[in-house]
Design a protein around this ligand. Structure first.
Ligand SMILES: CC(C)(COP(=O)(O)OP(=O)(O)OC[C@H]1O[C@@H](n2cnc3c(N)ncnc32)[C@H](O)[C@@H]1OP(=O)(O)O)[C@@H](O)C(=O)NCCC(=O)NCCS
Length: 372
């Protein structure tokens, strides 16, 4: 028998097959480049593409919007829990609990068939934004705002959070960020979802586990840490010294580097110009300048290009959103990719069970407790 391959962090290992997305030649979902999708599609069209495999016809898109509208509500008991959870609980922990709780009222919870999983995926896609917005308002002692069936998912998110109609440019920026966050091959949270469902567990368990994996600062949690970096730096004048000092201390600059994109993240490149437009609109060009200096120094000193979390944090900041909503917004989008991977895994399942290289003690003799 040949020695199994060992690669720390599974770097460079192909751990399965997928038809959902690829990073070969830039990122594409089901064959469509993310640039084309971000430029021309709505998030709902992209969610349909990721989940169903093809772009929707006008009729299919209208039916999806109708289904999402009908599912965009939470059982009263879930609202009660969202109200009762201590106000200091991190939003990502609440999102994880919400995904898990929603299982208890899902009519398809114990049905693991392809069609039932698609129904559950669409329901979670509709419900998680409602849970996010409801929790955000409840923790501030405000009443949740009901979704408006005439609004798109991105529009509704901002509407439910603020209780007032968002500007067209904010809706567009949110929509594009959701498209760019929707799917990314075998990243850590998606792989987590696949591992969970490969035991023939269910959709809600997989999504709850994926949210737990996304929360970490080396993955989705980075978009919140990016804002902390920008706040700490404070101004374009301080940026260069701050970064050089941080790099000298071997500090990781959040929002830079990527396991698979060594020459740059195409999503970050795309979002950067939208970010600059929004900064102009809200009159916060100083933050763009600060970001530009940091980007220049990290790229030249460490050869580390920015990842998607770098511009998305500023984008959400320009929309006036609190920092602890940034990673939950990633959840609201990525639930599409996670669900599609769960469905793909279960359609052709093989238990995911790798091996470990043993580094413990050599075999030794048993010692009774009184002699230890
Ligand atoms: C994403 C990430 C975990 C990928 O890491 P990886 O593929 O495991 O790469 P490594 O951690 O092995 O890093 C390789 C080298 O680059 C350095 N490095 C990687 N990311 C860095 C960063 N953001 N800032 C400073 N140095 C960084 C490491 O310290 C290491 O340096 P060394 O060789 O001198 O020890 C890593 O780049 C990171 O921590 N980035 C910040 C968090 C982030 O933005 N995450 C979101 C990803 S979409």
């Amino acid at each position: 028998m040949t020695e199994p391959v060992y690669s720390p962090g599974l770097e460079g290992i192909v751990a399965g097959e997928t038809a959902i997305s690829t990073i070969a030649g830039g990122l594409s979902y089901r064959g469509y480049s993310i640039e084309d999708l971000a430029r021309h599609a709505s998030f709902e069209e992209v969610a349909y593409l990721i989940l169903h495999g093809e772009l929707p016809t006008a009729g299919e898109l209208a039916s999806l919007r109708e289904r999402l509208g009908q599912s965009a509500k939470l059982p009263g008991e879930v609202i009660d829990v969202l109200r009762a959870v201590p106000h200091t609980t991190p939003m990502m922990d609440v999102m994880r609990s919400a995904a898990s709780l929603l299982a208890h009222w899902d009519p398809d919870v114990s049905d693991n068939s392809h069609d039932a999983n698609l129904r559950k995926a669409e329901r979670l896609l509709a419900q998680l934004p409602v849970a996010l917005a409801a929790r955000h308002r409840l923790r501030k002692g405000k009443k949740p705002v009901a979704p408006d069936p005439k609004r798109s998912l991105a529009d509704n998110l901002l509407w439910m959070l603020e209780g007032k109609a968002p500007s067209a440019s904010f809706v567009k920026a949110m929509d594009v960020s959701l498209i760019l966050y929707a799917e990314h091959e075998f990243n850590a949270s998606t792989f987590t979802a696949r591992v969970v469902c490969s035991t023939l567990s269910d959709m809600h368990s997989s999504i709850s586990a994926a949210i737990g994996a996304l929360k970490g600062p080396l993955h989705g949690g980075a978009n919140e840490r990016v804002m902390e970096v920008l706040e700490e730096v404070g101004s374009p004048k301080r940026a260069e010294t701050w970064v050089r000092d941080a790099l000298a201390r071997k500090q990781r600059i959040m929002g830079f580097g990527h396991r698979v994109y060594k020459d740059g993240d195409p999503r970050a490149r795309y979002l950067k110009s939208l970010c600059q437009d929004l900064a102009q609109e809200v009159g916060n060009t100083a933050l763009e300048q600060t970001a530009e200096v940091i980007e220049r120094v990290v790229t030249t000193e460490k050869k580390l290009p920015p990842n998607l979390d770098w511009p998305s944090a500023r984008l959400y900041h320009y929309m006036g959103l609190p920092v602890d909503l940034y990673t939950p917004l990633f959840v609201v989008s990525r639930v599409t990719g996670w669900s599609a991977h769960v469905i793909e895994q279960l359609d052709n399942n093989r238990l995911i069970r790798p091996r470990a290289r043993y580094t413990g003690p050599a075999p030794r003799a048993w010692v009774p407790v009184e002699r230890r």
